[in-house]
Structures are given as structure tokens and as C-alpha cells.
Design a binder for this molecule. Structure first.
Ligand code: CDP
Length: 787
């Protein structure tokens, strides 16, 4: 039987996303779509205080509600040893508060009822006797000798310090500063922001008393890791836990941690023997799930008079909230990959020190569309570079060009201990300048200033660091950071690829199929990609820190290549040729020099089940666990053009030019889409996003009317994207991650543009977010006429 090999999409094509059909037609299947027979609903009672002792909780009136099935408190969990859970950063976090509440919105009790409305109503029937305590929301206050000790539940904790960290060569950096012609120092805050995914967090737990199996549908970016942690925490056998992460409506790091709601829903299902659903509201998501950033930083650069960097020094105070649930790839990385801060510059010396502290704010510190604190590091470096350019009276572009790592030095060994995987930073900058027509822009700015308009141009050049492992360096709660792919080719040449990483909207069902297509000559349309079910996919550490392509994508390529090896044996058998005489051409094996003697992958797959060589096992399938030798270092050059309304202080982003190099692009259309989304989020951070508290620790913006995120009105009408392609020196496909570069590189470009616009008034720095009121104030102080 001949099997037809249909033409279709392959690696490198602008293939429309396979998953979009169901998303666009409203056929996606999210956690909140799960409906099970007999399912109960739940709601969480949250603390109205940011810091208070709990003297007692009375749930009797709530239990009397006719539709309430259970009320769980911290004391109930304590009896099972479940009142506290471990965090990814090695700390503990209260599941339901027992002794004290430590941030406003902290989980205090869990109500299970027949419907969500009744569960919500019953929250008001619970009486909690709180004794308010002094609150810390201003981060530096956490270090005051008389500051209240927030984590007095931990015997060893006598102050609010979580860690003190240093990295780099202190003496060499000090020498650089002593010898420098010019030094600059800039203090800045990267405000506390929220990833705010479209879908909030939630879970459905279904404990089957018959099979004793717990199935959990969870908004999870890392289902396998969550299953292992669930087994360790609850004591349930791991094979009796199945985690399903269905369609996920955006994660951006928000869906990496385990939240108290997930634990409570599982406990409730175990206790009641019925499925229980918990889905948080927008306010709950913004108030209590993981925030990002909240870094208070001082950046310093030492340079000679020509602008050559001699050293970079950094001091950081990092606010982790009430529990240290900070995302970090292992205990040696309390600051994540912050030590990337010398970035794409050839800095001969660098040193950083940092202190992490507790405060009365929500825990988290997750890597919001960022590879573990890279966003903060790059913002710090790019802002300080502009301050240096100002000090030297040098064009920021020229300063950067002078200091970018020359392509000849790649793979580059940075003084901070990283080995970069190739890159031509000058080429990326030149391409951005070409697209922007930089000289014309400078002319335009001159004219605008003559006309009394406030126009600014901001530049940012950076490298990212994405794709954790390698497993020898990186782990999550002890689980080494490899990733996996399992591929099965069916007799008719169609394939199923199962992966350990987890899409939250990045298009993995398409791009991973394209990887297999490129390696095996099977159209991407014929490769079904499965993820997000721990019973049916190989173990993986999940998707965050742009690790899918660098690690999971590499595993998909490696398993395809393993299968190609076996396919070669089968082709040799079919062609009655020696294996050594065959070559792989255009998705099939042919006899060298004799293209007519050829077997397509479809024919080979069929033979794998119907006509195998005598010494070969039947079937065509394999599995690969990939441990990256290093991280990948995508990079970019961004230029932002803004104009400020003199009357209102509103910043209008007129143009945004983004040149990204993520190595070889699997699907250029998806890459561009990722860049568009990331840029929008970066502009949001720069211009409008911040989680605010009053002095009592009340959360001031727990809805989208008060916590602003960008709409199409706040971003340029058109993104001007460009690319350079320098293949990664070690990734099997030459690819690097891409999804986070735009969020990492863009805030600095926007702020640099706004500061440039305001520089005629002597402005050197303005902290994010650059809300109209803040800019308006600067304009008024400088007596700028509003019209
Ligand atoms: O880990 P995550 O999927 O969030 O990030 P990523 O690895 O940067 O990939 C985001 C999307 O862009 C995925 O669908 C990738 O397969 C795709 N991509 C690509 O097509 N080519 C690249 N060089 C990098 C990513």
C-alpha cells in the first residue's frame, strides 16, 4: 500500500496557528469550563488587614447556611500538617492563616457550597477576631531596627531580611571606579506590577473514592512539577495524582506558583468525596497572586572620558512580600539571573550586592514575562547607560555602539560568569537605526523642539538569558531543569508529539509540529502536539522564562533525529541498499547520486509497522530528555519615539522599532506576534502599571479601572519590527527563546525616550510608571506653557 505524503507547512514557515481555530470560535477549554456531576463550588475568605494577629475564627453561622457543605480554616489544615506549604524559593507560605495575617487579601478560610453565590454569601457569616499590627509597605522600612518582624512564625527570623547576596568582583570593580574619568550613579525603582493574565487562576479537584485517584485541573504553567510537589506535600502517591492543565488564558509567570486555593480545593475534594471548583475573581488575582518586580536599585557605571565602560556596580533592595515565593531556578539564585546586568556590553568589571526583605504585601516576585529578574537588570543597565551618555554629552547610540561586545568575541565569557551563545549586537543596532532612520529622527526632534513640541527618542540594546537549565545549575524545588519530548509516528505517517512544556497561548501546538516537520518531512498539519496532562506526557519542568524553545524545542528536535536514525535503517531495508549509501534529502531518504531510488517518510512509517527489517523492533517512536549545555542569549535593539502632551502630561508612543535576534525562527509569524504582545506589556509597565498601597497596607487598585493595562489606544498603530539571525552556537536548531525579550527591552526604551523628551528641563530620570499626573507635575514645575 502506498501512503501519500501531502505537502504542508514545515519549519520556518509563517504557518497560521493550529490552535487559533478553537480559540477564535470560543471553543477553547479552560479550567472554568470544567463541569463535573455533583461538583461543588468554593470561595476564599481573605484578610481585610495587611498585618494582624488572629485571636479567633467563628465559622458556625457559615456552616448553618443551607447550601454550605464545609468551611475549612487554618486550624483544620494544621491538624493534617497542611496549614503551611513550601514555596519555590525554599520558604514557607501559609495556606490558610493560623497565627497572623501578613498581607491584605491573605487566605483565611475556605467555604465549599452547592454554588458559587452561596459560597460567596457565606464568607460574610464568618467572624474573625483580628488584632491589627503595625504595617510595612515602604520597602526600606523593612530594614529599620524597630520594624515589626513579619515572619515571627519562624524561630530563626529576628528581622525582615530574607537573604543578602553578592556577585562579581568587588575589588576589581572598586579599582575601576577609582581609575575612571567619569562615574555616574542613578537610583531607581522598578515598581511592583502584576502579570494580569486574561484568565485568572483556578482549579477543579476531583478525588475519586473508588479509584483513590485525585485529578486536578489547574491553571498551571508547570503541571509535572506541580504534581510532584502535590505528592510531597499531601503524602498522596504520585501515580494517584493526575494534573491536567487545559487551555490556559495567559500565564506570564503568574501560573507558576502553587496557590493556597489549589491546596484547599484538593483538601475539600478529599474530605467531601466530590469534585470542587475554585476560580478566583479579578480582584483576588490582582491582590493575592504573584506580583512581579518591586526592586529598589542603584546603578553605577565607571567609564573613561571616551565613554568606554570600566566597571558597573549595582545595589538592590528586593521586596518579596510576606512569604518568599520568588521565582528562582534553584537556591544558588536568590536574585534569579539578575547577574546578567552588564548585558550586551563589554564590561571588564562588575559587582552587585542585594538584600531581599519581607513586607506586608502579597508574596510572589515571579518572573513576569522575564527570565528570573532579567527585566529589572536590563532596565537598570539601560537607564544608567543613558545617564552616562548625558554625563559625557554623548549620543546614547554612540555610547552603546562603543561598548557593545564585538561579534568576534562570541561565544563571549562575561565577567559575571555567563557564556553567551553568539550574537552580533552591532548588526542589530544598525538594523534598528536603519528602520528608524535615526538621523532623520534627530532632525525631526530638532524641528519639534523649535516648534515647542516635546518629543523624545529612547534607545535600548540588551541581551536576555533564557532557557533554564542546564540541569547541573538550575532546579525548581530540587527538580533538575531539563525538558522532554515523546514522538510516535503512526503507520499512515501521521504523528503525535507529547511535550513536557506547557503552552499558555504561545502557539506550541503549531511550532512544535513545525520542528517535527522540519526534521522528519512530515507536514506540520499531520503532527498533533499534546501537552498539559501528567498522565499522558513525559516529565518536564514547564513553560516560563522563555524555556520552551531552548529546552523543550531542542528535545523535540533530538527525538525527531533519533527517529530519523531508525527510519534510515528501514529505508535501507526497503531500498535494499546499505545505510551508508543513503542520504536525507527534502524529507526522505535516497540513494546517494540516485534520487529516483527514494523513500518518503510516509512509506517508511508504514513499513515500520508492516515490513520491518529482520533485526529491528517494530514501531517508530522515541523519547528525549534534553539538558541544555548552557542558556540561550536572545538580544535586541529597540528605539522608541514619544511625544508628550504639554497640557495633560500624556505620553504618546509614536513609533516603536524592535529588532530582535532569537536565532533561527521556527515560525516567523508567531515570533512577531510574541514580540507585539511583549512590547505592549513593556509599554504598560513603563507608562501606567503599578500596584499601590496606602500606609495601612490597603491595596489600592484591585480592578482594571484602577490597575491600568494598555489597550490598543496606548500602543503605536503599527509595530516596526526587524530581525537579525545569528544562530545559537549550541541549540540543535540554532534557536533561542523570544517571548520575553520585548518585555525586557522595551520599558527602558520608553523611559529613555520620555527622559530624552524632558532633558531640556534638566530631567535625568523619572521612575515608572510615567503616568500623566507625574509628567504634568514636571512640566508645571518647569513652567511649560500647556498650549
Ligand atoms: O517558553 P515560551 O513558549 O513562553 O517562549 P519561547 O520559547 O520564546 O517561544 C514562544 C513562541 O515562539 C513558541 O511558539 C516558539 O516555538 C516560538 N519561537 C519560534 O518560532 N522561533 C524561535 N526562535 C523562538 C520561539
Amino acid at each position: 500500500m502506498a501512503v501519500e505524503t501531502r505537502q504542508g507547512h514545515t519549519f520556518g514557515d509563517r504557518m497560521p496557528r493550529k490552535e487559533d481555530g478553537r480559540f477564535i470560535r470560543g471553543r477553547g477549554h479552560y479550567v472554568d469550563d470544567i463541569q463535573l456531576p455533583g461538583m461543588l463550588h468554593s470561595a476564599i475568605l481573605r484578610s481585610p488587614f495587611a498585618h494582624a494577629r488572629i485571636n479567633g475564627i467563628d465559622v458556625s453561622a457559615a456552616l448553618d447556611h443551607p447550601k454550605v457543605r464545609a468551611v475549612i480554616t487554618g486550624k483544620d489544615l494544621e491538624e493534617q500538617g497542611l496549614a503551611w506549604m513550601p514555596t519555590i524559593a525554599g520558604d514557607t507560605q501559609a495556606v490558610l492563616a493560623t497565627d497572623k495575617v501578613r498581607f491584605q487579601g491573605q487566605e483565611v478560610a475556605f467555604v465549599v457550597a452547592d454554588d458559587r453565590y452561596s459560597a460567596q454569601d457565606a464568607l460574610e457569616l464568618i467572624e474573625v477576631d483580628y488584632e491589627p499590627l503595625p504595617v510595612i509597605v515602604e520597602t526600606p522600612r523593612a530594614l529599620d531596627p524597630d520594624a515589626p518582624v513579619i515572619r515571627d512564625d519562624k524561630a530563626e527570623q529576628t528581622n525582615n531580611i530574607i537573604f543578602e547576596w553578592e556577585h562579581g568582583d568587588r575589588e576589581a570593580t572598586e579599582r575601576a571606579f577609582e581609575q575612571a574619568d567619569v562615574t555616574v550613579k542613578q537610583e531607581m525603582i522598578y515598581p511592583r506590577v502584576h502579570p494580569a493574565p486574561m484568565e485568572t487562576c483556578g482549579a477543579v479537584a476531583d478525588y475519586d473514592v473508588g479509584t483513590e485517584k485525585m485529578t486536578l485541573w489547574v491553571t498551571s504553567q508547570a503541571p509535572h512539577a506541580h504534581r510532584t510537589l502535590a505528592a510531597i506535600v499531601t503524602g498522596l502517591p504520585e501515580q494517584q495524582i493526575r494534573i491536567i492543565s487545559p487551555d490556559i488564558g495567559g500565564g506570564f509567570g503568574n501560573k507558576v506558583p502553587i496557590y493556597p486555593g489549589y491546596v484547599c480545593v484538593a483538601v475539600a475534594s478529599l474530605v467531601l468525596g466530590r469534585p470542587v471548583k475554585w476560580m478566583e475573581s479579578r480582584a483576588e488575582n490582582l491582590m493575592s497572586t504573584s506580583f512581579a518586580r518591586d526592586y529598589h536599585m542603584v546603578g553605577e557605571i565607571a567609564a573613561n572620558k571616551d565613554g568606554n565602560i570600566l566597571g558597573v556596580r549595582v545595589d538592590v533592595l528586593s521586596d518579596h512580600g510576606a512569604f518568599n515565593a520568588h521565582a528562582q531556578p534553584g537556591d544558588i539564585w536568590p536574585m534569579g539571573f539578575f547577574a546578567i546586568f552588564p548585558s550586551c556590553y563589554d564590561a571588564p568589571a562588575a559587582y552587585a550586592e542585594a538584600t531581599g526583605v519581607y513586607s506586608n504585601k502579597a508574596p510572589g516576585g515571579i518572573a513576569y514575562r522575564c527570565s528570573f529578574r532579567v527585566t529589572e537588570a536590563i532596565y537598570l543597565m539601560e537607564r544608567t547607560m543613558d545617564v552616562l551618555a548625558d554625563e559625557l554629552g554623548m549620543d546614547p547610540v554612540e555610547l552603546r555602539r562603543k561598548n557593545l561586545i564585538p561579534a568576534e568575541k562570541q561565544p563571549y565569557e562575561s565577567v559575571m560568569g555567563w557564556t553567551y551563545d553568539g550574537g552580533d549586537y552591532h548588526a542589530a543596532l544598525d538594523e534598528a537605526l536603519r528602520i528608524a532612520d535615526y538621523q532623520a529622527l534627530l532632525e525631526e526632534q530638532k524641528e519639534a523642539r523649535e516648534q515647542g513640541r516635546i518629543m523624545g527618542i529612547g534607545v535600548s540594546t540588551f541581551t536576555e538569558i533564557v532557557g533554564a537549565g542546564p540541569k547541573k545549575k538550575c532546579h525548581i524545588a530540587g527538580l533538575e531543569m531539563f525538558d522532554s519530548a515523546e514522538l510516535r509516528i503512526h503507520p499512515t505517517g501521521k504523528a503525535v508529539l507529547k511535550i513536557g512544556v506547557q503552552s499558555q497561548g504561545q502557539g506550541h501546538e503549531t511550532t512544535f509540529a513545525q520542528i517535527v516537520a522540519g526534521e522528519l518531512g512530515i507536514p506540520a498539519e499531520d503532527v498533533d502536539v499534546h501537552h498539559g496532562d501528567t498522565d499522558h506526557t513525559p516529565y518536564g519542568l514547564g513553560t516560563y522564562g522563555s524555556r520552551s524553545t531552548p529546552v523543550g524545542g531542542a528535545a523535540a528536535a533530538v527525538v525527531s533525529r533519533k527517529i530519523r536514525e531508525k527510519a534510515k535503517k528501514i529505508a535501507a531495508h526497503l531500498l535494499e541498499a546499505a545505510e551508508g549509501d543513503l542520504e536525507w534529502v527534502d524529507g526522505g531518504f535516497q540513494v546517494k547520486g540516485s534520487p529516483g531510488q527514494r523513500k518518503e517518510m510516509g512509506e517508511i512509517a508504514f513499513a515500520a509497522y508492516t515490513n520491518t527489517p529482520p533485526d529491528e523492533e517494530a514501531g517508530l517512536e522515541g523519547v528525549a530528555y534534553y539538558d541544555p549545555p548552557e542558556m540561550t542569549y536572545p538580544f535586541g535593539a529597540y528605539i522608541c519615539v514619544v511625544e508628550i502632551d504639554k497640557g495633560t502630561g500624556q505620553v504618546d508612543v509614536k513609533r516603536f522599532i524592535a529588532v530582535d535576534d532569537c536565532g533561527v525562527r521556527i515560525n516567523p509569524m508567531i515570533v512577531e506576534g510574541q514580540i507585539h504582545g511583549g512590547l505592549a506589556q513593556g509599554i504598560g509597565t513603563a507608562l501606567m502599571e503599578v500596584i499601590e498601597f496606602d500606609e495601612e497596607g490597603n491595596h489600592l487598585n484591585s480592578n482594571f479601572m484602577d490597575y491600568l493595562i494598555p489597550t490598543s489606544m496606548e500602543v503605536p498603530k503599527e509595530w516596526e519590527t526587524g530581525e537579525t539571525v545569528t544562530p545559537s552556537t549550541h541549540h540543535p536548531l540554532g534557536a533561542r527563546g523570544v517571548a520575553e525579550s520585548p518585555t525586557v527591552g522595551s520599558p527602558a526604551a520608553v523611559v529613555n525616550a520620555v527622559v530624552d523628551a524632558l532633558s531640556p528641563y534638566g530631567v535625568r530620570h523619572v521612575d515608572m510608571p510615567l503616568k500623566p499626573a507625574k509628567i504634568w507635575q514636571i512640566l508645571r514645575e518647569n513652567r511649560v506653557e500647556p498650549f
